[in-house]
Ligand binder design. Structure first.
Ligand code: GDP
Ligand code: IMO
Ligand code: MG
Length: 430
């Protein structure tokens, strides 16, 4: 069975898109299984950057099947725009398949996301305002509209009518919103989207499992990351899906035994967009340095990303939650000029080592990160192709990450391009 999975181990934006694009060369099928256009995966090919949001990061090859699986929430307008943009760039989305079971983001989801955020004051999450949470909430509440419903005019009209009536009431009466949605406008727009999406829609659950059984190489692409997981992240400052490895089983519709070679992507430092705890955050000039050197501004919202030292309490937690087989360490090059680099290797509370990861955010606030200071390497790593050619201090840094987390090194990335990828293990091997 040749499957592999790429998972974010921190708060997102670790470079999953780059790693998926790199590994996709060996893959036959690339599958997204959760999240939606809250994701922003930048893939650089021949110095051209593609910012992918719903399209899987295997789309830039001509000969791969790319699947938007059941657990993804699909905004048809965003997806069609993305397909159009790709075509303008001379690429094709012909290989795309969309799950007939995936849920559809509707205009009222965007309005509710905005209204809910605005009503929360200090409790606001800092969402991407793409309607992700409200769409998943409707799914759980069993009033969502799936892609197969969108393609059936009669079913779609009935579900839309129900939702528009309820959502407008909530918008007006609960949130005091002056904005409302119009049934006929949505019907017109979404009927058009449906016809344009119809050729891509299929039973992807069946197709993914069949591909695995036929011995094809299937690569699962995580979006968001472990600390944004709805159950296991820093709730409520999380997204509304399950970005962890188990989530891919549910989201793609494949049994857990089919999932092998789970790769945790670790940015060589830490970033977070939006609100919520971030124990190793740097609010000083080192934080500014990481933001400026790393161009740490959100792909989706343009917001400056909060920056900090690498937190291995977080990555070790991710190693367990995802049963990681390998680490892919990215953006090592961003640390190239620092004279010394710190890693948080765990937390203490009242002088005692903290075991596991605190659920209670007030307890997390009381945790003190324990730092190790490692020597910097102060040389340009961005052109290095072989692991043994990395400066000793850089090797020491990545090896320490592997030691503390107990996960072996698979890949070290020293730049956004495919060629800037150092491979230590064939992470697609059985
Ligand atoms: P994702 O959401 O996990 O796919 O990550 P993003 O695409 O949002 O952010 C990662 C950014 O880092 C993108 O602009 C990538 O092109 C870039 N990137 C990935 N790996 C590396 C690396 O090793 N070094 C540098 N300098 N940039 C990288
Ligand atoms: P990729 O796949 C970083 C964050 C948002 C917010 C929280 C909830 O590019 O790594 P949502 O819109 O999902 O309801 O927002 O989650 N968030 C991300 N942060 N990278 C992402 O995706 C994210 N997707 C959501 O900033 O804090
Ligand atoms: Mg991103």
């Amino acid at each position: 069975m040749a499957t592999s999975m790429v998972i974010g181990t921190q708060w997102g934006d670790e470079g999953k898109g780059k790693i998926v694009d790199y590994l996709a060369e060996q893959a036959d099928v690339v599958v997204r299984s959760q999240g939606g256009n809250n994701a922003g995966h930048t893939v650089v090919v021949d110095d051209r950057a593609f910012a992918l949001r719903l399209l899987p990061s295997g789309i830039l090859y001509d000969n791969k099947t790319n699947i938007i699986g059941t657990g993804v929430v699909v905004d048809p307008k965003v997806l069609l725009n993305e397909i159009e943009n790709l075509e303008h760039e001379g690429k094709s989305a012909q290989s795309l398949q969309i799950s007939n079971r995936a849920h559809v983001i509707m205009p009222y989801h965007n309005l509710l996301d905005e209204a809910e955020e605005n009503s929360k004051g200090d409790l606001k999450i800092g969402t991407t305002k793409n309607g992700i949470g409200p769409c998943y909430a409707d799914k759980v509440n069993r009033v969502g509209i799936r892609i197969c419903d969108l393609l059936d005019e009669e079913v779609f009209k009935a579900k839309l009518d129900y939702n528009v009536r309820i959502k407008n009431k909530i918008l007006r009466e609960v949130y005091g919103s002056t904005e409302a949605v119009d049934y006929f406008q949505i019907l017109k727009d979404y009927t058009e989207y449906a016809e344009r999406l119809r050729p891509y829609v299929t039973d992807t659950n069946y197709n993914v499992v069949t591909a695995i059984k036929e011995g094809k190489k299937v690569l699962f692409e995580g979006a968001q990351a472990t600390m944004l997981d709805l159950d296991h992240g820093t709730y409520p400052f999380v997204t509304s899906s399950h970005p962890i490895a188990g989530g891919a089983s549910v989201g793609a519709g494949v049994g857990p035994n089919y999932l092998k070679n789970i790769i945790g992507v670790v940015k060589a430092y830490a970033t977070r967009v939006g609100e919520g705890p971030f124990p190793s955050e740097l609010l000083d000039e080192t934080g500014d340095y990481l933001r400026n050197t790393g161009h740490e501004f959100g792909t989706v919202t343009g917001r400056p990303r909060r920056c900090g030292w690498l937190d291995l309490a977080v990555v070790s937690y991710a190693a367990d939650l995802n049963s990681l087989d390998y680490l892919a360490i990215t953006r090592l090059d961003i640390l190239d000029k620092l004279p010394e680099v710190k890693i948080c290797v765990g937390y203490t509370k009242n002088g005692e080592a903290v075991k596991g990861f605190p659920a209670d955010l007030r307890e997390l606030e009381q945790c003190e990160p324990v730092y190790e200071t490692l020597q910097g390497w102060q040389c340009d790593t961005s052109a290095i192709k072989k692991y043994e050619d990395l400066p000793e201090a850089a090797r020491r840094y990545v090896e320490r990450i592997s030691e503390v987390t107990g996960v072996r090194l698979g890949i070290v990335s020293v730049g956004p391009n495919r060629s800037q990828t150092i491979v230590l293990h064939d992470v697609f091997a059985n």
